[in-house]
Design a protein around this ligand. Sequence first.
Ligand code: SAH
Length: 235
Amino acid sequence: MNLSDHLPQLTEDQIAQLNTLTDLFLETNKQINLSSIRDRDGVLIKHVVDSLLILPYLKLKAKDKVLDVGTGGGFPGLALAIVYPEVHFTLLDATQKKINAVQAMSDSLGLKNMETEWDRAEELAHEGDFRHQFDLVISRALAHFGTNLELCMPFVRPGGKFFAYQGPEMAEKWMNYNDMAKKLGGKLISCHNTVLPVEEAKRCFIEVEQTTACINSFPRPTSQIRKRPLEPETY
Ligand code: SAH
């Protein structure tokens, strides 16, 4: 699998760094469980290329601040930090050993434009240094879409965006979440449908704009989010 075949817009240096990231991830994944994908081509396609399927939809500029909520083993945050050296990334996860592993991979790659945070999103989102501080918030495989909205929107500055990596089932359902987005101060903008090249698996990116500040009661405490998720059927 040749990364540059799928990502012709990247420089040779970026392709080399993404290959190094893949090697680091494969090694780290032998020591702590970051992903069930353990072969090189699998990581390249299902983590690296999949993370970067979002590139055509992003309009980032130098000094923008991006937050990856529930980064797990570092996807999509690490791959995007390699592609956008002028943008600042914060990678957040609730699991300390994953965050330590992501920080170690970032150190090995020498990435100067990213930092890691070990916390729960619903707690960190109430801290002044984080609430409404990001131009762009992203999440991949974090939770159901309603919970993704609740956990991520309060981090977005008014005028900024949240992009959720979602499976193809959301292509038909995303508009049902308009009331949920509104409740959080946001507005659904679009659902971008795309396809992962190798297995032709369908993906979509739901684009949400934060139009005003989110009311202080969101995100709710963990127990309430679990008991009564922000889903059209339950809320
Ligand atoms: N984004 C990665 C990992 C997905 S697994 C990928 O696509 O491969 C989901 C991750 O979200 C887990 O690592 C879990 O620890 C984290 N997570 C789940 N709920 C969270 C919360 N409320 N706050 C922060 N991290 C959370």
